[in-house]
Design a protein around this ligand. Sequence first.
Ligand code: SF4
Length: 182
Amino acid sequence: MVNTEYTIVEPPDGYSAPGFFATSIDKVVGLARQNSIWPLPFATSCCGVEFMALMGATYDLARFGAERLSFSPRQADLLMVMGTIAKKMATIVLQVYIQMAEPRWVLAMGACASSGGIFDTYSVLQGIDRIVPVDVYVPGCPPRPEQVIQGFMKIQELVGNESIRRRYSPEYKKLLAQYGIV
Ligand code: SF4
């Protein structure tokens, strides 16, 4: 049976009266951004297969406004790195991140992307936070789709509460500078 019940997102905090509602621009922009995130799936191994389940009908990430996957960094908001990242691949991840327009967020999915996982070897990057700033880590090998959804919802929380000035702040510029990104 087709479910015809829809949930409408809550309006942001503000002041309301009949025919009148006022809030701040930060909250409106945050609300729009958090419900229309375009992910870029950077999948190199088994966690990528779990991501396919996440996009399928059962888990259906599209429910969060994220059905439009972007394979062009310039049209992506969220870099989702899933799988083992060899050191040779690290420069590609960095290049993709640099090509993404601000504001951009990063989710490390699974043990390999977060910490190198079981591959404590000379050739594997021991976590993508060595090359790009990470917003949310999802543990597991592989994480279940429910865990990734929880991580995605954490990203939505960050996106919704972020000030539109943050990306111009000295703190943010300093963070990027620590990664050698200008
Ligand atoms: S965390 Fe586990 S499932 Fe995910 S890429 Fe690494 S080895 Fe594969």
